[in-house]
Write a protein that binds this ligand. Sequence first.
Ligand code: DGL
Length: 308
Amino acid sequence: MNDLPIGVFDSGIGGLTVVSEIMRVLPHESVLYFGDTARYPYGPRDLDEVRGFALQIGSWLSQRQVKLLVIACNTATAAGLEAAQLTFDVPVIGVVEPGARAAVKATRNRKVGLIATAGTIESGAYARAVRTLDAGATVFSVATPRFVDIVEQGLRMGPGTFEEWIAEAADVFVRPTFYEIARDYLDPLRRVGIDTLMLGCTHFPLMATAIRQAVGRGVRVISSAGETARDVGETLRLRRQLAPAGNMALHRFVTTGDAAEFGRLGSRVLRRPITSVRTVPVEEIEAVSVPEQRSDACDEEGEGMVCG
Ligand code: DGL
């Protein structure tokens, strides 16, 4: 049993879709969430730069005693999961492998579509993860950066759910409309006959209904949030580090941007009020000391053993 928080981070508010699932699946677990809003978006950045951000934030969270880290950002997972696992003493879980696993379970014709940021697509992380699970599956990828902007814009528009905003306002305000943009992005995937579509960005579950409508019936839309939350639970259970039943879970939020805005937008994503948000200046994160990566991860060879 262990009542330390789970550290979760993302480039901003998108990772709250993963936190929402963690809260649902693991209601006794405390969460310390870090949204790097000041340096958002990660999607168009160089992967080396994003890896550096992931290591800084992971170090900052590790210094605050978390029992496990979740990289709730596909771009940061693609860029920095391995480096983070080699750097930190606690388990680090990303969102790519759980999403790929859910897609491999769901597909029947083994043609899987992926929509994600440019960085995630460029890394090839999803294609590798899918092929590790099923070498005969094919991943067809499209970078959809405008979907990220649409979610950000939708969250900033008045009250109501994002889906209501798409349904009521997108045809009026946005030129080209959401459905025109979606058609351009999704038509090539439809033409190759995908039967499963991975939402490779933590913003996208917020527009899953609209994406489902745009991609059409017969294509299963997969988000990694639920599968990631289950992985977190399973890892903690195996390590005997689940919070005790009846633990009063504490949910704390930190942003490098504006705390009030993070609270307002984040409450819409979580569908519950976010009351405790603190701003950590980006200079503090840039100054954090990142531990050396383990170089002994494969030094344990003994007689008859191969370390690979
Ligand atoms: N949440 C990020 C992801 O999952 C996308 C937003 C960004 O570009 O920072 O990749």
